[in-house]
Design a protein around this ligand. Structure first.
Ligand code: NDP
Length: 248
């Protein structure tokens, strides 16, 4: 018999704010139990937890820096200890440290690679063990159109986000026979804290290039994640959610 979503458990990394919060809420709506990871912003994480509970869902928050491989492993162990299984992993946590390559410091490079790419490796590697035992798993990782197009001032971020796509295609091939799918959502410009550092002029200039004429909403990225979690015959794909900026 097929399990209902109500019996399933999800983990969203970086679920305290922005896109991750909306993904956590969307998954909780289906009845899934949702573990909300965050790094330091406990207040925001508690707010997400509260929103899920108000909507009748079940969640708990877990502070953990997923850029650290040991912490990423114990994050998965914590979810397993709490609910005994893990069905859905959404690798959403991410940072940007934008600067032109000539000025890019070693830490700008390594912080972004660790947070945006190594975390995806570490969480996924830890998550596939229980998923293999269950013979069911859904992994969705959040990349960016910067990982497809490249972007001036984002060599570190684009490299990490392109890495997420190659990594996911490999995981999809390795895990398909175990009924574990791995896919990517690549958002374009989405209004969150991450894009707050942009000047209003730079933000508007980017919006002008979007065929649909506006920035994306975090809920729209969450909808794409939800589609990929429900899709039984889709793996190794990158679903671009960008108002039409990338068309290929
Ligand atoms: P926000 O800055 O709004 O939120 C980032 C989230 O990631 C927070 O929950 C933060 O936790 C968490 N986080 C950051 N570093 C770590 C870490 N080391 N360990 C655990 N959690 C961490 O970002 P967005 O919502 O905008 O971005 C979400 C994802 O979407 C990222 O991967 C980003 O690269 C990607 N993306 C975003 C786009 C956009 O335009 N906004 C476009 C394309 C992709 P805390 O609250 O504790 O700090």
């Amino acid at each position: 018999m097929t399990m209902s979503w109500r019996d399933r458990v999800a983990l969203v990394t970086g679920g305290s704010r922005g896109i991750g919060r909306q993904i956590a809420l969307k998954l909780a709506e289906s009845g899934m139990k949702v573990a909300v990871n965050y790094r330091g912003n406990q207040e925001a994480a508690q707010e997400t937890d509260e929103l899920i509970r108000q909507a009748g869902g079940d969640s708990f928050i877990i502070p953990s820096d997923v850029s650290d491989i040991t912490q990423a492993q114990s994050l998965i162990d914590t979810v397993l200890g709490h609910w005994g299984r893990l069905d859905v992993l959404v690798n959403n946590a991410g940072i940007a440290r934008d600067t032109l390559l000539l000025r890019m410091k070693d830490d700008d490079w390594s912080d972004v690679i660790q947070t945006d790419l190594t975390s995806v490796f570490a969480c996924t590697r830890a998550a596939i063990k229980p998923m293999m035992k269950q013979r069911f798993g859904r992994i969705v990782s959040i990349s960016s159109i910067a990982g497809i197009l490249g972007n001036a001032g984002q060599a570190n971020y684009a490299a990490a986000k392109a890495g997420v796509i190659g990594f996911t295609r490999s995981v999809a091939r390795e895990m398909a026979s175990r009924n574990i799918t791995a896919n990517v959502v690549a958002p374009g410009l989405v209004e969150t804290d991450l894009t707050q550092h942009m000047s209003p002029d730079a933000f508007q200039a980017l919006v002008k290039q979007v065929p649909l004429g506006r920035a994306g909403r975090p809920e729209e990225v969450a909808d794409a994640v939800w589609y990929l979690i429900g899709a039984e015959y889709v793996t190794g794909q990158t679903l671009v959610v960008d108002g039409g900026l990338v068309m290929d």
